[in-house]
Design a protein around this ligand. Structure first.
Ligand code: NAD
Length: 287
């Protein structure tokens, strides 16, 4: 579609955004469906977040994706939040419905949707979750809201630990039926014991991400068994050492790229009500 006087704008806000594949992904979908929309990336600091949201209102943008460092900074400027965004304490998608701005977080949904595409529901599952940052918190909240039975979260006991305890309390309040416990990643004996009785092992740390491609928090394939479902949030490389080890043990694996595409697809659905051609986008942008 050519840009005209009626074209409506959407965008990505955060910093850095120059490397983002979101403009290519969303503009491809707009063209495919003949939507009179255009998507740009805007470099916005945490301090500028309020101004950026005011611009979104003033310019009557359809919506925006939000990345670091604005994901939590946007919260006070929005009119309402979904239960997932509230429990996570961060927003990655804003939808503008006639001036009412709703903050969503599709990261955790991207994770559970990617599992559904592999025939797995998190409902009733025991999950060992490695990590306590943005990706891990989103996965924990969505899995708890989708009735996971148990979440054992293992993270480094570093300066962020008190913040992580707060996040887990927020998620417990939003989904009281899910048993959520927080453990020190250094307790390897407990980690191995919990993996032995888990249904899903989820790496939501940076470990394994390029250039640390040999990084893996599971010291030996013997910690895995073929009934275990193993997932990773890291998408560069597409197959991490953990996923390779799990695949070789016969486990079902789900990669970070699938999660990334599914969170983007959900944001596109929220903007347009339409389905994103996920496999087309995977080939176009990530082949
Ligand atoms: P973050 O900085 O918020 O959290 C990083 C996490 O990794 C923390 O829990 C930290 O304790 C842990 N960690 C870092 N180094 C570690 C080490 N050596 N040993 C043990 N734990 C360690 O980052 P984030 O936003 O949560 O991103 C984490 C990863 O997830 C990145 O690789 C990012 O690209 C990826 N990610 C993927 C998606 C997706 O859709 N697939 C979405 C968001 C993030």
């Amino acid at each position: 579609m050519p840009i005209t006087g009626t074209t409506r704008m959407l965008g990505l806000i955060g910093n850095p955004v120059e490397h983002s594949k979101s403009p290519a992904m969303y503009n491809y979908c707009f063209r495919k469906y003949g939507l009179d929309w255009a998507y740009l990336a805007f470099s916005v600091s945490a301090e500028q977040t309020g101004d950026a949201i005011q611009a979104l209102r003033t310019l009557n943008m359809r919506g925006a994706n939000v990345t670091m460092p604005c994901k939590s900074a946007v919260l006070p400027y929005l009119d309402c939040l979904t239960p997932a965004a509230k429990a996570i304490g961060a927003v990655n998608t804003i939808v503008n419905d006639s001036g009412l701005l709703t903050g969503h977080n599709t990261d955790g949904f991207g994770y559970t949707e990617n599992l559904r595409r592999h025939g797995v529901s998190v409902s009733g599952k025991k999950i060992v979750l490695l990590g306590g940052g943005g990706a891990a918190t989103a996965i924990a909240a969505q899995a708890a809201l989708e009735d996971a039975a148990e979440l054992r979260v293992f993270n480094l006991k570093d300066a962020f630990w008190p913040k992580l305890e707060e996040s887990m309390s927020r998620i417990r309040a939003a989904a009281p039926n899910c048993k959520i416990t927080l453990h020190d990643l250094a307790d390897q004996e407990l980690l191995r014991e919990k993996i032995e009785s888990a249904d899903i092992l989820s790496n939501a740390t940076r470990v394994g991400m390029a250039p640390d491609e040999d990084g893996c928090l599971i010291p030996s394939p013997e910690w895995l068994r073929k009934e275990l479902i193993v997932t990773d949030v890291v998408y560069a490389p597409p197959e991490t050492k953990l996923l390779r080890m799990a695949r070789e043990m016969g486990c079902l694996t789900c990669d970070g790229l699938g999660m990334l595409l599914c969170q983007g697809a959900e944001a596109f659905r929220l903007y347009s009500g339409l389905g994103m051609p996920v496999e087309e986008i995977r080939k176009l942008l990530y082949a």
